[in-house]
Design a protein around this ligand. Sequence first.
Ligand SMILES: Nc1nc2c(ncn2[C@@H]2O[C@H](COP(=O)(O)OP(=O)(O)O)[C@@H](O)[C@H]2O)c(=O)[nH]1
Ligand SMILES: [Mg+2]
Length: 226
Amino acid sequence: MERVLLERKVLSENDRVAAELRAQFHEHGVLCLNLISSPGSGKTSLLERTLGSLPRQDRVAVLTGDIQTENDANRLKRFGFPVKQITTGGTCHLDARMIERHLADWRLEGLDVLFIENVGNLVCPASYDLGEAAKIVVLSVTEGEDKPLKYPSIFFKSDLLVLNKIDLLPYVPFDINAAAENARKVHPGMEIVKVSCTGSNGLREWVNWLEQRREAHKTLLQEIVS
Ligand SMILES: Nc1nc2c(ncn2[C@@H]2O[C@H](COP(=O)(O)OP(=O)(O)O)[C@@H](O)[C@H]2O)c(=O)[nH]1
Ligand SMILES: [Mg+2]
């Protein structure tokens, strides 16, 4: 019982900070996207391909979370955009305070898009609002098509499912239609893009989704202001 109360308190404090972050993102016109998946599904690879495809003058930045190491930040810094690593030292998700702390010396008015790569985990990150405009869940074809049924919360809460590593489909017994069906069982109408981050399949669809989302976000913010 005490544990439940404590959890509720932690989550409501997180919601409070996340609401402040969301208000700041709105004020400065930043589209914040929170990428979530199991370890190794390809979040950093998707970000590498994304940053690699963007013009250098694009106002895009990344916060990348892991329990240990600066490895992902080092991979992503090569593209010339602002990148910061958040190491949680054991915590299996990012929380809103961590985002707030790591944004403290960045000027949000200089940003249009902020990607957050969450700690690899399909469970805990689903409960922690980071002030993002949307969560994106990445599932790779080596993980089994039943994962949306086993971890429904994150599939329900995400606006987009990125089905990654489709280049491996000839080698693994993964039914991609069943995976999509399972995702839509827990999240009817869920948008899905199928990509390979080591090849080029589907990356155009992902970039299109991103561009549409950026446009829609701009329109939404203009409506809020007027
Ligand atoms: N075959 C294949 N491997 C991939 C693909 N995307 C990522 N990987 C590999 O999967 C491993 C984990 O990728 P990473 O981006 O670090 O995953 P993260 O832990 O979710 O950030 C790396 O060895 C990547 O090279 C893909 O589309 N196809
Ligand atoms: Mg990573």
